[in-house]
Design a protein around this ligand. Structure first.
Ligand SMILES: NC(=O)c1ccc[n+]([C@@H]2O[C@H](COP(=O)([O-])OP(=O)(O)OC[C@H]3O[C@@H](n4cnc5c(N)ncnc54)[C@H](OP(=O)(O)O)[C@@H]3O)[C@@H](O)[C@H]2O)c1
Length: 245
């Protein structure tokens, strides 16, 4: 299929490794000029060089960082950001009893405001040209809460509500917004979190853990011209984990 996004400009957040990197690679393969960000400048620069992206160091948990990032990416890529993938890094695992008010506020900054502020910054350019694709990386935990992931369960479900409501406001401007829910996908984060691949695979209907490039294929399609009638949705790439219909 011809995705008809060659020559477009994308900003893929949280992309020096993992799901973000896979999405950036998929977009670059479609001929999309792509900027990526992450906190660690050394790894970011290495990834940017390896895949042919523009690397912009940024800590998205800092107030206003996402908006500045959008501005800088547009400047470095030479025009409006057409495709924005919001991916802000996951929260630490915890149950309700272990999270105090200060941690809820910090979690809100990290998972919520850091997602909203770049969208706000990207919208004027997308509106002016009457075309845009906004993608939010959330988690299957936002649809069906997972044990010990209270912050992700609670806050990411709210992002789905925001994305659906936003789709109605920006639809008339030719902009779509969708959330992508990864299930267990083999990234560094999953390995570092101590998940045992064989054990996890037994809980997945397809009997295996997902590959980052499978998630990236979904993101790339949703960013494409042919996906122009899909908006306000939360779509899983999870090997069949979610049961809700
Ligand atoms: N992999 C899975 O199975 C899975 C399942 C469900 C949901 N998710 C969610 O999907 C997202 C991506 O997961 P992943 O597995 O790709 O994670 P990952 O392998 O840890 O990659 C995260 C990327 O984001 C960057 N990043 C993290 N925090 C950042 C911040 N504050 N500012 C800027 N960049 C930041 C990291 O680089 P730096 O550390 O250098 O900043 C890295 O490039 C996470 O939100 C995760 O919760 C993943």
């Amino acid at each position: 299929m011809d995705y008809r996004i060659k020559g477009r400009r994308a900003l893929v957040m949280g992309a020096s490794r993992g799901l973000g990197r896979a999405v950036a690679e998929a977009l670059l393969a479609e001929g999309v000029a792509t900027a990526i960000c992450a906190r660690d400048p050394v790894r970011l620069e290495r990834t940017a060089r390896e895949i042919g992206a523009v690397g912009i160091p940024c800590d998205l948990s800092q107030a206003g960082a996402g908006a500045k990032l959008v501005e800088e990416a547009a400047r470095r890529l030479g025009g409006t950001i057409d495709i924005l993938l919001v991916n802000t890094g996951g929260p630490s695992p915890a149950t309700f009893d272990k999270i105090d008010d200060a941690q809820w506020r910090a979690g809100f900054e990290q998972l919520w405001l850091s997602a909203v502020s770049p969208i706000r910054a990207a919208l004027p350019g997308m509106r002016a040209q009457g075309w845009g694709r906004i993608l939010l990386v959330t988690s299957i935990a936002a649809r069906e809460p997972l044990p010990n992931l209270m912050m992700s369960n609670a806050l990411r479900a709210g992002l789905h509500g925001m994305a659906n409501a936003l789709s109605r406001e920006i639809g008339p401007d030719g902009i779509t917004v969708n959330a992508l829910m990864p299930g267990y996908t083999l990234t560094e984060r999953l390995k570092e979190a101590g998940f045992k691949a064989e054990e996890v695979a037994k809980t997945v209907p397809l009997g295996r853990i997902g590959k980052p490039e499978e998630f990236a294929a979904l993101a790339c399609f949703l960013a494409s011209e042919p996906a122009g009638y899909i908006t306000g949705q939360a779509i899983a790439c999870d090997g069949g984990m979610l049961r809700s219909i």
